[in-house]
Write a protein that binds this ligand. Sequence first.
Ligand code: SF4
Length: 388
Amino acid sequence: MKIRIVTLGCKLNFAESSQLMNTLIAKGHQRAGNGEEADLVIVNTCSVTDTADHKDRQAIHRVRRENPNARIVVTGCYARLKPQEISAMAEVDRVVQKAEDKFVPAYSKDDRTRCFLKVQDGCNYFCTYCTIPIARGRSRNPFIFEVVEEAQKALQEGAKEIILTGVNIGDFGHTTNERFIDLLRALDNIAGDFRIRISSCEPNLLSDEIIDFVAQSRHFAPHFHIPLQSGSDEVLKIMHRHYDTALFSERIRHIREVMPHAFIGVDCMVGVRGETEERFQTYVDYVNALPVSQLHVFTYSERANTRMLEMDLPVVPQKERQRRSRILHEISDWKLKAFYDSYRGQKATVLWESKRDKGLMYGFTENYIKVSCPYDKSKVNTFEEITV
Ligand code: SF4
C-alpha cells in the first residue's frame, strides 16, 4: 500500500509521524512519492488553538482533493478532543482517537542534520487554559537507557544535533523513578561530535542544577526555551501555573550569570480570561525588562473542557487579543535584533543544514543565531567555526 502521512502542529507530532511511517514501511508498505496518489493518507492533527483546528480541516480537504480514492484516517490531538467534528467530515474514513497511556518512543529528522527525540509525553499539570493533558494523557517517559539507545541510533544515522522533545520534558522521570538531570548526564556522556538542545522546559523544573550542568556540559547548547505565559502574577495564578514572576526572573538571572551568551526564547500567551488592561500592562513592563532573546507569542483561544471556561472572569475581546499580540511581537522583534547585534563579529560554531534557497544555505550557531553562506554541498551537516 502507498501511504502518505500529513503532519500538523508540534515537533512531537512530527517525531511520532516519522516513527509511524518507519513502522509501516517495516511492515512492507511504501511511502507515496511527491505528487503520487496514495492508497492511505494519515492526517496527524494538532488542536492547540482554534486556528490549529481550522488548519487541520483545511489539510483534510486538501488531502481528499489530491487523493480522491485514498482511505483517509485522522489521528492526533484534534481527533482525540473532537472526534465527532472530524467524523462529520465527508472526506474522513476513520478517526483514531485513543490517547496512548504507555510511552511510544519516536524520533524524526527534519533533514539529515537535526533529530527531534521524544523523551517524554503527556502532562499532569492541568493549566486552566490547556487541553493537552486531555489530548495526550498523563506524563510518562521511557527509561534513561532507552533514550540513550535511541539517541545513539539517530547519531549513527548521521544526525549532528538532537533536540529533546516532549510535552513537559522537565517532568521526565515521573514513570521510571529517574531524574531529568540524570538523563542529561547520560546523554552528555555519549562520545562524538554533536550537540543537544533542550526544547521547552517549565521554569519550576529548570533547576539551578540543570542550568549549571548545561553550562559545563560537552554537548548541550546554551539555548533555553522557557514558557512564561504571563508576566502578571495574578494571571499566572488564574492559569494555574506552577511559578510566579519572581521565580521566573531568578531562573533567567541564573542562566545569564553562568551563560551570558545563551539564547533564551520565552513562550508568552496573550488575551486569556482575566487578563485585564492593568494586568496586561504589568506583563508588558515585565517582559520589556526581562533579559531574554525572543518571545514566542500565542493568542489565547477558548478550548472546550478547560477549567478557564468555568471561571468567572472578564473575557478579552478578539480585537484586543490581536492588539496585545502585536505589542508582544514588537517587543520580541527588538529583543531578537538586540541579541543578534550583540554577537556581530564574535566567533561561533555553525551546523550547516541541507536546504538550498536562492543559492544560499543556512545553519544555527550553538546559541541559535541563524546564519547563511553561499551553498556548498560539502558543508552540509558539518560544523564550521565562523565569525557572526
Ligand atoms: S504544563 Fe500546562 S500548558 Fe503545558 S502541557 Fe501541561 S497543562 Fe498544558
